[in-house]
Design a protein around this ligand. Structure first.
Ligand code: IMP
Ligand code: MG
Length: 183
């Protein structure tokens, strides 16, 4: 896909290798996911629980594509215990103030890579006795073990490091309106 002419301005001159999912493709897919979610939750309280920071743009678009009552909250998670092995726990730096008990909780994620962060979060959230617990991710690298909670996925993602539409590299590039592979 051709790289939009504004991309270089947005990246301060750093080249991106290619656009993986363009603005229109994302908009179309997010609208379709909104319809899927609307149909999947015909009744009950629905809470969209976004994992910051990566989900912030996806969450804003997705919430507006869902045509039923819903609430929105966010979490900030951090894996403590640095290092490459993921023996550490997940700690919530911001814990949603919303009571999860009895609600349909849909965790909104930017991308599922190994799925480790998600696994730990899910067991933590399950303990709060939601009516149901699901995950909606914009992108899935398809290397995480099968996780029945992952109910909605925007796109299968190539095994590259990607940025944009909320996803960062060293806290930059989150504001690109498309998803791109770094050059
Ligand atoms: P996991 O625990 O390995 O599934 O890691 C998931 C988190 O790592 C995501 O929520 C992202 O913040 C980050 N991440 C994984 N892959 C990428 C990528 O290709 N680009 C940017 N961030 C990524
Ligand atoms: Mg990140």
């Amino acid at each position: 896909m051709t790289i939009p002419p504004d991309a270089l301005r947005r990246t301060g001159g750093t080249a991106i290798k290619r656009v993986v999912f363009g603005q229109q493709a994302i908009a179309d897919r997010v609208r379709a996911m909104g319809r899927e979610i609307t149909e999947a939750y015909p009744a009950g309280d629905l809470l969209l629980l976004g994992l910051l920071k990566g989900s912030f743009i996806f969450m804003a678009d997705l919430a507006r594509a869902i045509e039923r009552p819903l609430q929105v909250d966010f979490m900030v998670a951090s894996s403590y215990g640095q290092g490459t092995t993921s023996s550490g726990n997940v700690r919530l730096l911001y814990d949603p103030a919303t009571d999860l008990a009895g609600k349909h909780v849909l965790v909104v994620e930017d991308i599922i890579d190994t799925g480790r962060t998600l696994q730990r979060l899910l067991s933590l959230l399950r303990a709060r006795q939601p009516a149901s617990l699901g995950v909606c991710a914009l992108l899935d690298k398809k290397i995480a073990p099968p996780t029945p909670e992952i109910r909605f996925v925007g796109f299968d993602c190539p095994p590259a490091f990607i940025v944009g539409y909320g996803l960062d590299y060293a806290e930059d590039y989150r504001h690109l309106p498309f998803v791109a592979e770094l050059g």
